[in-house]
Design a protein around this ligand. Structure first.
Ligand code: ADP
Length: 247
């Protein structure tokens, strides 16, 4: 309860759809510099948990404490502003714009008197874009239109568009779906770099990839935590084995 060492504390989180509890009194917490991977069979409630945290779906009960803020009382845009970034499964980048322009558009606009329309392409912004581009392996493609990127490169660009907003918690839904083996390896490297100064929650099915990135794994089943801990621990948990192999 009073663990000071958490970024996100989820307690008794619940949502029902027509009486069906897709997420059922779920509790877990995420520490700083952690990559938490959520796994579980189809329909376990994984995507719904991320939807609840980012404010896309309204919870019917519980609490989500992010650095002292109750997220369940906040709108989706306020949650982004508080420092929670969410990436959905399909990449959504601006195809007609360059990599540089995509990153530039995502750079926080600040609150000057000119409002969001006024934009300074100053050296600090450029330096930040360069830094992010290197992190996402696109430093040599800054002037390339996003339309010409591979599927994997688009996924990285979208992660970059979130990173440039400097979120303290990043949530990714199946980030390596459709990626080549080489791209998966680089994505694991990227995630390991990201958690040097932030926390990540990832939904993932590819267990090889999970092993490369997870600080801890949470196994979800019927909207509840079935098992939690190191990859090794959950893999050897008889409850997990039964759910995955028992039907
Ligand atoms: P997972 O991501 O683990 O596959 P989901 O979170 O997508 O699972 O879904 C969990 C359960 O909640 C499923 O049975 C799904 O049909 C149901 N569900 C999710 N969103 C809604 C919704 N908006 N309305 C009704 N049922 C929903």
């Amino acid at each position: 309860q009073n663990n000071p060492n958490f970024v996100l504390m989820v307690e008794d989180l619940t949502v029902s759809f027509d009486g069906f509890k897709a997420v059922n009194e779920l509790s877990f917490y995420v520490e700083p510099n952690e990559c938490r991977v959520i796994i579980g069979p189809n329909g376990a409630g994984k995507t719904t948990v991320l939807d609840l945290i980012c404010g896309r779906t309204k919870a019917t009960g519980g609490s989500v404490n992010f650095k002292g803020h109750e997220l369940l009382n906040m709108r989706e845009d306020q949650i982004v502003h508080a420092g929670v970034g969410r990436k959905f499964q399909t990449p959504s980048v601006y195809e007609d714009l360059t990599v540089f322009e995509n990153l530039e558009l995502s750079y926080p606009k600040g609150h000057n008197v000119f409002g969001a329309l006024f934009f300074r392409r100053d050296d600090a912004v450029k330096a930040r874009i360069q830094e992010i581009a290197e992190m996402i392996f696109l430093q040599d493609l800054l002037e390339e239109k996003a339309a010409f990127l591979s599927h994997g490169q688009k996924q990285w660009l979208e992660i970059g568009m979130l990173l440039i907003q400097d979120p303290e918690l990043l949530m990714l839904d199946e980030p390596v779906a459709g990626m080549s083996v080489a791209e998966r390896k680089k994505t694991a490297e990227l995630l390991n770099r990201i958690i040097a100064d932030r926390s990540v929650i990832v939904i993932e099915h590819d267990m090889g990839f999970v092993a490369d990135i997870a600080t801890r794994v949470t196994v979800l089943h019927q909207g509840k935590v079935l098992s939690e801990g190191s990859m090794e621990r959950v893999q050897n948990d008889p409850k997990v084995i039964e759910v995955y192999l028992g039907h």
